[in-house]
Design a protein around this ligand. Structure first.
Ligand code: PAF
Length: 284
């Protein structure tokens, strides 16, 4: 595995790879690599000739400086994970390499998709995500890029940006990887106490045991489960999987349940598919 720190070396490696007619799978991360990232790397390896992994804790997507400071950065462990997973090029850029001008100008406006849920609770978060994903993709050049479904709203925002700007990238998503007990793998889990981890299990339990019912009933039941476990709930919403609009009262069919809340002061999110049976269905 080759490790580079500069944009120039990274671009050169990608240019040479494409010249040799080898395809590139890009896995953008903020490090603290876990099984979810390894699943992204494996998918990228299976679809492409080479895999580029970036580890960059992007300051423009943090609305809270404390959160940015506390973000885990276990660099030597990450290098070992990337190497063992078969990454070809590991990119560890500095903030200055990615953002020579700081703060960087915003040159893409995230629309309403990025303003609700995570976007409402973390102002500017998706603007920062879109900004950095665009930069990483533009440096890499033509590639497939891999993202986890755990960050469901993030994937929707990125897909919309790629469509709007016609970026030279194919977005691929990978199902959430979970511990055996159901807990969705996340870099922030490192900061949970043993008791916090038990509380956090209420997220996956709420998703697993969701009834086929109306959106309101599903939301109520999921909220009650989280609250009973001591989670400080941020939102519990049943949405259309593409628009992320809350489903209408008359809707019947598949949708997505989005959950967010805090445990031990750590923000956790999760989501899963649900099936809506409208309580307003007209019977004749
Ligand atoms: O999901 C993440 O880890 C980050 O938001 C991403 C996509 C790497 C952008 O910094």
């Amino acid at each position: 595995m080759k490790i580079v720190h500069t944009v120039a070396e990274w671009q050169q490696w990608c240019d040479e790879t494409r010249l040799a007619k080898r395809t590139i799978g890009l896995v953008p991360t903020m490090g603290a690599l876990h099984g979810g990232h390894v699943a992204l790397i494996q998918a990228a390896k299976s679809h492409n000739d080479t895999v580029v992994l970036t580890i960059f804790v992007n300051p423009t997507q943090f609305s809270n400086s404390q959160d940015l400071e506390n973000y885990p950065r276990p660099e030597s462990a990450d290098i070992a994970v990337a190497d063992a997973a078969g990454v070809d090029l590991l990119v560890l850029p500095s903030v200055h390499e990615i953002w020579p001008v700081f703060p960087p100008p915003v040159n893409y406006q995230v629309g309403p998709l990025g303003e609700r849920y995570e976007g409402a609770d973390r102002p500017g978060h998706f603007t920062g995500v879109a900004q950095v994903v665009r930069r990483l993709v533009e440096i890499t050049g033509e590639c497939r890029a891999y993202f986890g479904e755990k960050d469901f709203q993030q994937v929707c925002v990125i897909r919309e940006m790629v469509r709007t700007l016609d970026l030279d990238v194919e977005i691929q998503t990978i199902a959430t990887v979970r511990e055996e007990n159901g807990l969705a793998l996340a870099s922030r889990n490192i900061r949970l106490s043993a008791e916090g981890k038990t509380r956090a299990l209420s997220f996956s339990r709420a998703l697993r045991e969701v009834p086929e019912a109306s959106a309101e009933e599903i939301e109520l039941e999921a909220r009650q489960r989280l609250e009973a476990a001591g989670v400080a709930v941020a939102y519990v919403t049943v949405v259309d999987s593409r628009s992320l609009q809350r489903v209408s009262a008359h809707y019947e069919g598949p949708a997505r349940l989005l959950l967010a809340g805090e445990v031990d002061g750590v923000r956790l999110i999760d989501n899963g598919p649900v099936f809506i049976r409208s309580s307003h269905a007209v019977s004749n």
